[in-house]
Design a protein around this ligand. Sequence first.
Ligand code: NI
Length: 298
Amino acid sequence: MSNPLHSIGYRFLNASLSDVRGDGEKSSALSRRGFMLLAASLSSCSAAAPIKTTSNPKYRTPSPEGPKPRNPDMAHSSDFPKSAGVSFSRVPVSGNYIALTFDDGPHPQNTPRLLDILRARNVKATFFVIGRSVDLYPQIVRRTVAEGHEIGNHSHTHRLLSKLSDAEVRTEMARCGDAVGRAAGVRMRTMRPPYGGLLQRQRELVHAEFDYPTILWSVDPLDWKRPGPSVVTSRILSGTTAGGIVLAHDLHSQTVDAMPATIDGLLRRGFKFVTVSQLLAMKTDPATAQVAANPATF
Ligand code: NI
């Protein structure tokens, strides 16, 4: 409606028209300038004209919330005993520790962007990767490992494992394991079944034969339905409790868009991020925790 550029344009138009009536040569130059400015201002009507600036391109507007929160260094062991358990949707721990997990990568654009976001906050996460994608983007898996994150097995072709034979489940696990070994030289210690679908008998099989506990989740923001970054953030912030395992997908750009506000919000609430293996390694025995909390009963 009241675009100030329009009135500037009209002022120049009036000036140039009056000049046309006066001095010939000078006025034609002015009128050309006037029309050009008018044209520029009118074109800003339909599409925002790019603002050219010679100012410092590295300048960033200061955040009204102050400096970014940063996850403390987590020098916790990643070694957990096989006896820790066959499957987990959360882990009993003493302390505000949580594990952030990302499924279905690596993705050529979204995973590196996510790694930048995590690195800026000193957050280590766990990536449940698809073997087939690892073969396509091994360098991203190498970077993920080099930056201190955990890689977990999410099968080779992302099929619903509960519909497969034991032999096919073994093949899915082994092929993904081989792909990660080739890409980054590490052996994975945890697995997450695609769609969360793995029968109890199959969970025991992969635990017995591959040493993988099955890792499910306690918080599911349904980010794969693309509800928008702010919804993903609010679902995770409202659903996360100590010992929680947060499910997300680095396959989707909206999920990565949601991560800065999500991680910063969790850090401000006092949560500390560890990998899934670190969370498993700090598992407390619920019976012991109870005795410790109430020594009079002992
Ligand atoms: Ni998946």
